[in-house]
Design a protein around this ligand. Structure first.
Ligand code: NBG
Length: 831
């Protein structure tokens, strides 16, 4: 709650600012150990120390949060509500120190105490409340919103178990439950006084109210409460702080008591446990929809609580609900929160007495929708029986929206029933489903894709009919990433080098990196840049030694593909290249450069093929290791448990960035940006944001290969026969033979049979069609890498030209074209 008055009396000012000099910080720290952790120095654990430090830092960032909340309340600021089922925030301590600018003071304060700041930062376990790019994008956007002084709230779910921890045993992925809350998460503030009841199931009943209006009453048959936990999100270079508000399911007492009074104590407790499972666990699928009832419950809990919260905040000012869209710009991060459209209609019509037309106007003006994928398996749809059973009133509402929408579409496209059935919010081609992408599109005033190519394909394929009906509602906003985390925190030496060249301020104006261009020809600068890359490789090698037991060859090319394991991302193509090099080495044909091929990424637990790819990485790694000559040239590594923390160690060490998805499949990609900003050159297809990255860094600094997206479609339409590619290319055949041989699997010849089958029979992702072009692009990369000066020159130019891909630019575009919001600077009193 924003405070109702913060006076500017001097007493308040001194309280508002806790001291940040090393001596006071040290005192505060020791106090936290004692008064918060209940420990004295001799018995405090590392976790006690971490929590003590986090407490000191949190106390100091709350000032900014409170002043921000106060300012936004006073000014009745327009607020962005970013609704997302995932927020992959990453570790908090380092980022908060960076934003507060007290890192050095803390380091000094800890002098002579048992743990260094570095150790305590390394101790932190991150809240893994997301799968991959989509969740991390949400976190980057919160960072930029705060940095750009845009009032915003991130709304999501507080999963008790985030994305599983990945452990590798005998070359296979094992999933371990992620108990991220076990040792405490000190950055959040619980708000137990806020409880939002959320109904499920039951029935609806029509009636006429006292004004003679048709009304509907929904009587759910069970209710769960949502309660929020807030985590502040600081801006960089500004006093503004926003927050992410994550909902947790708690059993509703009313429900318990009914059963209890009937003498069924055990049943009551069981029901409590059942309703609390709603926010238990994050579904571990990236780019795939599970269609499960529990997932639908999660989505409804999230949107019902978030909307009720917005309306509560709005009504505090005593305004009429008709102005809701002036107060909130609600962004749907993919369709996971798209039920919000139906829920807002229900709240306005059933609970706040609005007419359908008024309610629909408000709703459409509130919402905007970002699509993040064209993959059919990821487009969410809910079977009508399940939907109607869980959300009977929302089913009626979606049917009514659809009826009105189809009427409008029919007027525009008369005599085109095929088009109308394609556009319908309900898929009636077989069993009936609610199509969430259509709900999101129809209920929004703006729809956007996440890279130029993706937005274009979105309007030509998945949402084509809608783009023809409402071309003015479609936009592109190319993704971006935050340079605070992915340069300043991940690669402090590079950040310092850039500051030494450009002076301060570039982290908030990333386009200024362009001023580095002339330095690509400056021998001293090139040398410093190289030395930093080498030290980053050294640190990564130490990490590899700790977790895999063997250091890395620092003079080799670090060839990096780190992202979720998915067939469309084609980790297999990368492995076919490694096997090609292996076969060549065995034939005495030595490569130009030594390579360390680094993989990392999680596979969805139920995705059999992706898990097999992880086994294949390990199979290929072992094969190479067993051969004395191959081992001198090649090293294949799988770094387990890819998450934000590990990513921050890997990106700065990369020489080559693998962005090799089948053209048309990767909506944007964001690791492509993070790697390039850390000075990696890209080998990639014309897919997602690669297209724009190549335009920015210059074609001559990008190793391009492969079919274009329209060529992929043409190839398939012409009846793609992957076997022909094998038959025409003896080197490819030899590699595929190796894949099916017992050499790779020490005996178990059939292990990779399903992978081989899928490549030869269907090859959905055109791996074989792109094989030869990929091998050639890899040769081009090796040739340049053999000339370290030339490689570094291109790496510097790449960094210099990547400024466009800051999430600050993306957010500025959303603000201007979609949200129509403006900065609200916050001032805290001077300490
Ligand atoms: C992912 C895309 C990525 C994109 C991120 C963020 C989903 C559904 N989509 O290419 O696969 O970078 O979203 O936009 O997870």
């Amino acid at each position: 709650m924003p405070p109702h008055s913060i006076t500017s009396s001097s007493a308040d000012q001194t309280q508002a600012h806790l001291p940040v000099d090393p001596q006071s910080l040290r005192t505060a720290y020791l106090e936290k150990l004692l008064c918060q952790q209940g420990k004295f120095l001799a018995v405090a654990t590392q976790n006690d120390h971490y929590l003590a430090l986090a407490g000191v830092v949190r106390d100091r960032l709350l000032t900014r949060w409170i002043y921000s909340a106060h300012t936004f309340f006073e000014q009745q600021s327009r607020t962005v509500a970013y609704l997302s089922a995932e927020f992959l925030l990453g570790p908090q301590l380092g980022n908060n120190l960076l934003c507060l600018g007290i890192r050095d003071a803390i380091e000094a304060a800890l002098a002579g105490l048992p743990y260094t700041l570095e150790q305590l930062i390394a101790h932190e376990e991150e809240p893994g409340l997301g799968n991959g790019g989509l969740g991390r994008l949400a976190a980057c956007y919160l960072d930029s919103l705060a940095t750009l002084n845009i009032p915003a709230i991130g709304y999501g779910l507080r999963y008790e178990y985030g994305i599983f921890d990945q452990v590798i045993a005998n070359g296979e992925q094992l999933e371990i439950a992620d108990k991220w809350l076990r040792l405490g998460f000190p950055w959040e503030i619980a708000r137990p006084e806020i409880l939002v009841p959320v109904g499920f199931g039951g029935s609806t009943e029509a009636y006429t109210d006292q004004h003679g209006r048709y009304r509907v009453r929904w009587t759910p048959d069970w209710t769960v409460n949502g309660t929020p936990y807030d985590t502040p999100v600081l801006g960089y270079g500004t006093a503004n702080a926003n927050f992410v508000r994550l909902w947790q399911a708690v059993a509703s007492d009313a429900f318990d008591f009914q059963a209890f009074n009937a003498g069924d104590y055990y049943g009551a407790v069981e029901a409590k446990v059942r309703s609390e499972t709603i926010s238990k666990v994050l579904y571990p699928n990236d780019n795939a929809s599970s269609g499960k009832q529990l997932r639908l419950q999660q989505q409804y809990l999230m949107v019902a609580c978030s909307l009720r919260d917005m309306i509560r905040l709005y009504l505090q000012r005593g305004a009429a609900l008709s102005g809701l869209a002036e107060k909130f710009a609600i962004q749907l991060n993919d369709t996971h929160p798209a039920l919000a459209i139906l829920e807002l209609m229900r709240l306005l019509v059933d609970e706040h007495d609005q007419s359908w037309d008024e309610a629909w106007q408000i709703t459409q003006r509130c919402f905007a929708y970002t699509n993040h994928t064209l993959l059919p398996e990821a487009l969410e749809k809910w079977g009508l029986p399940l939907f109607g059973k869980l959300l009977p009133r929302h089913l009626e509402i979606v049917l009514e929206i659809n009826r009105r929408f189809l009427e409008q579409a029919r007027a525009r496209f008369p005599n085109d029933p095929a088009r109308l059935s394609r556009m319908s919010l309900i898929d009636e081609s077989g069993e009936r489903y609610v199509r969430m992408a259509h709900v999101a599109t129809v209920g929004s005033h703006a729809i956007n894709g996440v890279a130029a190519l993706h937005s274009d394909l979105l309007q030509k394929t998945v949402l084509r009919d809608f783009a023809e009906l409402w071309p003015e509602r479609f936009y592109n906003v190319t993704n971006g990433v935050t340079p605070r985390r992915f340069i300043a925190l991940a690669n402090p030496e590079l950040a310092a080098l850039i500051t030494s060249a450009l002076g301060p301020g570039w982290l908030n104006q990333l386009e200024r990196l362009r001023e580095l261009e002339p330095l690509a020809a400056d021998a001293a600068f090139v040398e410093r840049f190289q030395a930093i890359k080498r030290r980053n490789k050294q640190r990564m090698s130490e990490q590899a030694e700790r977790v895999l037991g063997r250091a890395l060859d620092l003079s080799s090319m670090f060839d990096v593909q780190v992202k979720r394991i998915h067939e469309y991302k084609r980790q297999t193509l990368n492995l076919l290249h490694v096997l090609t090099l292996y076969n060549r080495i065995r034939r005495g044909q030595l490569p130009r450069v030594r390579r360390t091929v680094i993989f990392a990424g999680k596979a969805a637990p139920g995705y059999v093929m992706a898990k097999l790819v992880i086994r294949l990485v390990h199979g290929v790694a072992d094969l190479v290791q067993r051969d004395d000559e191959a081992r001198r040239w090649l090293d294949v590594r799988f770094m387990p448990d890819f998450n934000v923390k590990n990513a921050e160690r890997i990106y700065p060490a990369a020489d080559l960035s693998e962005q090799i998805s089948t053209a048309g499949k990767e909506a944007s990609g964001t690791s492509n940006m993070k790697l390039a900003l850390n000075g990696a050159l890209t080998i990639g297809t014309l897919d997602g944001a690669n297209v724009e990255m190549r335009e920015h860094v210059g074609a001559e600094n990008f190793f391009l290969f492969g079919l274009h997206s329209h060529e992929v479609l043409q190839l398939k339409a012409a009846g793609y026969q992957p076997r022909q590619y094998m038959e025409r290319d003896p080197e490819l055949r030899a590699v595929l033979d190796l894949l099916g041989s017992k050499e790779l699997t020490d005996g178990d010849r059939d292990r990779f049979e399903p992978l081989l089958r899928s490549l030869l029979d269907l090859d959905e992702y055109c791996v074989l069609a792109d094989y030869r072009a990929y091998i050639e692009a890899q040769e081009a990369a090796a040739t340049v890498f053999a000339d370290p000066h030339e490689w570094t020159r291109r790496a510097i130019l790449t960094v210099a030209r990547m400024g466009y891909f800051s999430s600050d630019r993306s957010i500025a575009e959303y603000c201007k074209t979609i949200w129509h919001t403006h900065p609200v600077p916050v001032t805290t009193p001077r300490p």
